[in-house]
Design a binder for this molecule. Structure first.
Ligand code: APR
Ligand code: PHB
Length: 398
């Protein structure tokens, strides 16, 4: 098989990239390890920046998002039972939209056939070849048959554990990592949310987050130590912990119900540089990971793809290489600012096992400062709604 861009991974990054390239008549083909049902069943993030919703609107794939997405004008930080509301609309003029990554993925997969996007599901042993040449290719097993796709470029959208990043020679790349000494235990339940907006809580027993997917479906998280297992957390224990950590004002509004999904995710900050090696481009979790505190993971995948699709379209339409040559630097500029915000909010809102009284005083002082300073709230707000894309790319992504 031959195509112009072979995309590895049918997560948000790969699917968005496939759609944006096809919309510009660039041939692309997506190779995915899992089944369609597995990918569509993943429970992941839930807050979209307008960077991301603009891409869906530009693709004409935002009909369900418009119908079911929940526009949010703010969120709260809770500490010691006090709620500090960050009014993102007042400070930035922009809202965020609560709409599950699961839904985004389903919408993009459903529209793929009508848009001429081939997704090869359940491909195994995916391997990248000759990425440092102008004629790279990808091999894999599909239905027991050995397959090969030749392309001009390879887009590594295969997440943190995929093969693409590992195809960059160790001497050509460097990585930066911080692994946090805790994880997030998440629960999804068909119960009404406890609050109209998200609440991030710092409690002596640890962090908690009250989020949602719809007026009838809630998503909650609690910080847990890395030796905890889901089996240690029957639903009732988790509901009790959420009531304790979210505080006396919120607890009476928490509706309990059976878990539709319950899992523990580790937290890490990670960046791999560069995000391009020869004919290979990395996008999304393949290149970087953020702790979910800042709701940046999905939105960074989208901004990487906004830059990458713009660059690849320019190359195939005009034969220019300015965009692809600038991709890594442009994408990393936004990635590192999002990494900083996610790291800072994680430090502010979690209890670290090795922290002492001084570190706790720093958290109290910072929350006091945020509560009393418009400038501090504006800073948090502009990072939460998403920092602007490079102006020229932003215009094309509207
Ligand atoms: N071959 C083919 N596909 C692969 C391989 C492989 N060897 N390894 C991984 N994949 C697929 C995964 O099955 C997944 O569908 O690549 C896709 C990567 O998707 P994500 O991990 O969702 O990464 P990305 O598209 O960058 O989106 C980032 O997803 O996981 C969340 O928190 C993350 O919200 C963030 C968003
Ligand atoms: C979610 O709803 O899953 C969610 C929301 C905000 C975050 C992280 C996760 O910061």
């Amino acid at each position: 098989m031959k195509t112009q861009v072979v995309i590895i991974g049918a997560g948000p990054a790969g699917l968005l990239l496939g759609h944006l390239l096809r919309q510009a008549n660039v041939d692309a083909l997506i190779v995915e390890r899992q089944s369609r049902a597995h990918v569509e069943g993943r429970i992941r993030a839930g807050v979209l920046e307008d960077t991301t919703t603009n891409l869906l609107r530009r693709l004409g794939l935002d009909e369900r998002l418009q119908r079911e997405g929940l526009p949010h004008t703010g969120f709260s930080l809770a500490d010691g039972g006090r709620l500090i509301r960050i009014d993102v609309l007042k400070h930035t003029g922009r809202p965020v939209t609560v709409y599950g990554q699961t839904e985004v993925t389903q919408d993009l997969i459903k529209a793929a056939p009508e848009r001429g996007i081939d997704i090869l599901w359940e491909a195994s042993d995916v391997a990248l070849h000759d990425v440092d040449t102008a004629a790279p290719y990808v091999t894999f097993q599909e239905g027991g048959n050995a397959r090969r796709i030749d392309a001009r470029f390879v887009a590594g959208c295969d997440g943190f554990h995929g093969p693409s990043r590992k195809a960059v020679p160790a001497s050509a790349g460097k990585h930066f990592e911080r692994v946090y000494p805790f994880g997030w235990l998440g629960i999804l339940a068909d119960v009404p949310p406890c609050n109209d907006e998200l609440i991030y809580a710092n409690h002596p027993r640890g962090f908690a987050l009250a989020s949602m997917r719809s007026p009838t479906r809630s998503r909650y998280y609690v910080q847990v130590s890395m030796d905890e297992r889901v089996e240690d957390w029957p639903d009732d224990r988790l509901w009790n912990e959420l009531e304790t950590r979210l505080g006396a004002e919120v607890a009476p509004h928490i509706t309990r119900g059976p878990a539709l999904e319950k899992s523990i995710a580790p937290l890490r900050s990670y960046v791999f540089e560069p995000m391009r090696h020869g004919s290979l481009f990395l996008a999304g979790d393949a290149a970087h990971i953020v702790p979910p505190t800042g709701a940046k993971g999905l939105n960074l995948a989208a901004s990487d793809v906004a830059y990458l699709s713009d660059a690849l379209i320019e190359y195939f339409r005009d034969g220019k290489t300015g965009g692809i040559d600038a991709y890594s630097e442009r994408a990393l500029a936004r990635v590192w600012k999002s990494e900083r915000f996610s790291w800072q909010l994680t430090k502010l809102m979690h209890r670290f096992p090795d922290d002492g009284p001084f570190e706790r005083r720093m958290q109290v002082a910072e929350l006091e400062y945020i509560a009393s300073s418009d400038a501090a709230q504006k800073s948090i707000a502009e990072n939460y709604v998403g920092l602007p894309l490079q102006a020229d790319v932003a215009r094309r992504c509207q």
